[in-house]
Design a protein around this ligand. Structure first.
Ligand code: HEC
Length: 173
């Protein structure tokens, strides 16, 4: 069956275009109307998704280091000063309350569907959420009490090793 359909695809140039797999489109469309969490409210669904998605591990200080015991929920997702260092430099989980505050729900859905940034932000995971789940996360974050807080520190470039820095200095002098 598989071979027959491949042969059919290769049979004529006219048909070829129709046989090209459109993986990107298919995945995006599937994600948009994909499965959704059902809960008593969208806010409850969003809270569950945030817990499952591990968003607090990187976007809430102390959370990962205290096994989720700290800080209280009123402080969740205000951005973290705990850096993630790797070949990409050092990045900080951004303040998601500020992100939600500066965009509409539709813009948030678009951001989660198309976003990219430095690691270790798990964009493939948030991309895989259905639109309904992306909206639930937005509504949950918007419902969180307390101050919006400060933006997390800006990402730092990869660290040059001491020798490279030393020789660069010598060159300048
Ligand atoms: C393993 C760590 C990690 C996890 C888990 C994580 N993030 Fe992130 N996220 C980051 C980092 C780091 C950045 C900033 C990357 C940069 O500076 O380029 C970021 C950036 C973002 C941004 C962009 C914000 C902006 O204003 O530009 C959004 C939105 C986001 N994360 C949402 C989420 C959501 C929703 C979850 C949970 C489903 C999540 N993240 C889980 C690390 C993480």
């Amino acid at each position: 069956m598989k071979r027959a359909s491949m042969t059919a695809c290769l049979g004529t140039a006219l048909l070829l275009a129709g046989c090209q797999p459109t993986v990107e489109t298919t995945v995006t469309a599937a994600a948009a109307d994909g499965p959704r969490v059902v809960a008593a409210s969208d806010i409850e669904a969003g809270r569950y998704l945030v817990l499952l998605g591990g968003c607090n591990d990187c976007h809430t200080p102390q959370y990962a280091m205290t096994n989720g015991a700290q800080p209280p929920e009123a402080e969740w997702l205000k951005g973290s000063t705990e850096g993630h260092t790797g070949p990409w430099g050092t990045t900080y989980g951004k303040n998601l309350r500020m992100t939600v505050g500066r965009m509409s729900e539709d813009q948030w859905v678009e951001l989660l569907a198309t976003g990219s940034s430095l690691p270790p932000m798990p964009w493939p995971s948030v991309r895989a959420m259905s639109d309904a789940d992306k909206r639930a996360v937005y509504r949950y974050i918007a419902s969180l009490p307390g101050e919006v807080g400060q933006q997390a520190p800006a990402a730092l470039p990869p660290r040059r090793d001491a020798t490279a820095t030393g020789s660069a200095r010598r060159l300048i002098l």
